[in-house]
Design a protein around this ligand. Structure first.
Ligand SMILES: [Cu+2]
Length: 452
């Protein structure tokens, strides 16, 4: 058989040489091209400029010269190869293991029912999967559930309830927010890769508006939205296997989706990798988002109302009226994040949007580690000053706090500071004059929102 294959290759080689392609390219562009053997000058057209033409001829001279003998070798070689293939094909299927047992692969031409039976045995529905069961610890921003220390997957029960709730949005105005579990952002959900989330969603929004969950950690159509849409008073459950680690945004995806997100329906789910990130001293949950509202109306007495309503036109123009961390102006300035000197602080930062990309920055610090876009499988970036976080995206940043004082969280698209986007991280500890010193007292500028 090897002689036959050798004959085949030699015949093939001759055929390739005999049919080798020759290109003739003409050009008047430059003497550089013209000097090359395969280029020759062509005419210059005043309308079209220099004309380049390319001729490709395929010469098959000599291919038929030998003809009958070559074709006979071809046929002989093909017959030999086919015979060898058939022999190998008839021998496949059974594998003898060292243990003496045999293992039989499914025959490639096995009847459909045999293949279906094998698949049914291999793939178990998430409904019947036998896993230990846990209820997820859900926390309200800026709090984060403790790290998961188990090393095996569980069926993780996550219960979410949708509501509508009038509450303070800015120092001046109230706004009816649409929520998961009564908070904006929704609760922080911590899971581990390999877990199966058993999501139960109940709709307590009395307006009759349906809601659902599109979670970026759930792979499959709509991120789970089609399976979780609930009308008023309804409850639905669905299960999703967490296949990839990272920090994922979840949000309501009922149309018009921008309205549901714009009214506050988003949160974060952290899917820990098998090997969790290095431990830190403090972990916080911060989520940026923006709101679009009409000017306040007047009541029957001519008084300006203290409540504002969603503005479709502002949202379409992406002209945000309010940009905030954790759902309202002052959420992180009236109740700052806290740490002690020389502690490492981790912020799980998400952007609900619905429209604006955040340039997340902490004034006075920089990020010692950044798991960019919440990629927790790659090495982190180091010493990064500002991180870009798109709507529906997130990042994880670590900061070593080596100087005491107050640090300000901002979106460095800095006019958003005037729309509410600021928060504080207060670091307690003894002064560190070897790192930060002046003989004069600090003097913040009047009305300063950055340096309290
Ligand atoms: Cu919704």
């Amino acid at each position: 058989m090897s002689a036959a294959i050798s004959t085949l290759f030699r015949a093939k080689a001759r055929y390739t040489i005999a049919t080798s392609t020759t290109s003739h390219i003409t050009s008047s562009r430059s003497s550089h091209f013209a000097s090359r053997p395969c280029f020759r000058a062509s005419t210059f057209s005043p309308k079209r400029g220099p004309q380049v033409s390319r001729y490709i001829t395929t010469s098959t001279k000599g291919a038929g010269n030998g003809s009958n003998a070559t074709w006979a070798k071809y046929i002989l070689a093909l017959s030999a190869t086919a015979g060898a293939s058939w022999y190998l094909y008839t021998q496949q299927g059974t594998l003898r293991l060292d243990s003496g047992k045999t293992f039989t692969h499914l025959h490639p031409l096995a009847p459909d029912d045999e293949v279906s039976l094998a698949n049914a045995q291999a793939i178990k529905s998430l409904e019947t999967l036998d896993l230990p069961e846990e209820s997820a610890i859900l926390t309200t921003a800026p709090n984060v559930p403790p790290p998961i220390t188990r090393d095996h997957p569980v069926l993780l029960n996550v219960d979410l309830t949708t509501t509508a709730k009038l509450e303070q949005l800015t120092n001046q105005y109230k706004y009816e927010k649409w929520t998961f579990n009564d908070t904006v952002p929704g609760p922080f959900i911590r899971a581990r890769v390999g877990d199966v989330v058993n999501l139960k969603i109940t709709n307590h929004d009395e307006s009759g508006m349906p809601h659902n969950i599109d979670c970026h950690a759930f792979l499959g159509p709509g991120g789970g939205a089609p399976l979780t849409t609930v009308g008023q008073g309804e409850t639905k459950s669905a299960r999703f296997k967490l296949q990839k680690p990272g920090l994922y945004v979840y949000h309501c995806a009922v149309g018009p989706v921008g309205v549901h997100i714009g009214n506050g329906m988003y949160g974060l789910m952290y899917v820990q990798p098998e090997k969790e990130l290095p431990a830190v001293d403090k972990e916080y949950y911060v989520m940026q988002s923006e709101f679009y509202h009409e000017p306040p109306e007047k009541d029957e007495n001519g008084q300006v109302k203290d409540t504002v309503e969603f503005s479709w036109s502002h949202a379409l123009r992406e002209a945000a009226d309010v940009v905030v961390f954790n759902g309202k102006e002052g959420a992180l300035t009236k109740t700052p994040l806290k740490a002690n000197l020389n502690e490492t602080v981790r912020i799980f930062f998400g952007n609900g949007g619905p429209n604006l990309t955040s340039s997340f920055h902490v004034i006075g610090s920089n990020f010692d580690k950044v798991y960019r876009d919440s990629d927790v499988l790659s090495p982190p970036g180091q010493c990064v000053q500002t991180v870009s976080v798109p709507p529906g995206g997130s990042t994880i940043v670590d900061m070593n706090m080596v100087i005491p004082g107050t640090y300000t969280l901002v979106d460095h698209a800095i006019f958003r500071l005037e729309k509410g986007a600021s928060g504080y991280l207060m670091v307690s500890g003894e002064p560190t004059p070897h790192l930060y010193h002046s003989n004069q007292a600090p003097m913040p500028c009047e009305g300063c929102k950055l340096h309290p």
